[in-house]
Design a protein around this ligand. Sequence first.
Ligand code: PMP
Length: 408
Amino acid sequence: MKEGLNPQGLSERINRLEESATIVMAVKARELQDEGHHVIKLNLGEPDFSTPKHIQDAAVEAIQSGQYFKYPPVPGYPELRQGIADKLKRDNHLSYDPAQIVVSTGAKQSIANALLSIINKDDEVIIFTPYWVTYIEQVKLAEGTPVLVEGTLDNDFKVTAEQLANAITPKTKAILYSSPCNPTGAVYNAAELQALAEVLKEREDIYVISDEIYEFINFEGAHHSMAAIDYMKERTIIINGFSKGYAMTGWRLGYMAAPMHIAKACNKMQGQFTSGTCSIAQRAGIAAINGPMDSALTMKEAYQRRRGLVKERLDQIEGVKTNLPTGAFYIFPDISAYFGTSYKDYTINNSDDLAMYFLQEVHVSTVAGSAFGSPNCIRISFAASDEELREACDRIEKALSLLEKRNQ
Ligand code: PMP
């Protein structure tokens, strides 16, 4: 065995991969909780609601029927893919053959399938920043090169057509973003997507990976997809899933809708990785996709109320700059006014310091913006009860009020 830098014989691939940024915070939060502190967890990327009852019942029935204990078809049960195709028609006015749908073990795996199926070494993938952490790591795993294009708070964290045009090179292979966005809550409207599409019009070799997992958590207007622009449909890979809208994170169920050749490639890919996703989760998914949407709507209304509550409170705190999230359940305030301050042994130089300070001093867990490519911000999830959110904002305000400018 070779000695030195890599004595355990791990691959360069795994050594290059970043550990999930939230893990350190989660471990610390658990420690504090075990010590008896009331930690308010606003670091999580998941609904605080339970999966709707009719979906749970479908899973129980599927188990009790005894019919679903064998390997399912690799791209998903036909009824589920038909249900997804029907949904795309009904909700998004998009026509897909069920053969263009690939069901996976979460949207995360759908994105991995897409990247591993289209990216060659050194291909560039333009990632709209702030980005969902996983994008960068998956592009690296596929041996692609992430190219970051930053949407600023002044523009609601959205990337403009001009910025996109400037980032495109002959090596650009794909563009990857989420709308509604994790971590900013930004939602691209039809006109903004059209403007981005204009830039891509002549570059038929560029794919768009459009992560629409927060589709049902949209506080303003309709959801828009790049695939709705006619000349973009054949180059767009829609990513979606059940985790957020149906509160099904633990079930691990996601899907893509894509051009036929991409769907076939991803089917081949996951045939070698997972042999398809859990049969029972898929049966639950059929009930979700064809079932009533009232629970999803109730959850959305709760997030919308909480968004208002958190934004209003944060806007009262000096030095905290926010935008109004129009989707998902995150707010992404710029807290850089507090860099260069200190309190007791804490020195705040960046968003990592501030997130750790909030956790240790006032027991509120958030995620530093550095994890999303925006070191001036922190991500606060409002998938928590109104009481917890009020209490958390009070604690954050108190913690910030204790910080004093250091003498330079
Ligand atoms: N995309 C985004 C933008 C997300 O925030 C998440 C979950 N945090 C996912 C994809 C992954 O979803 P899933 O649970 O379906 O893998």
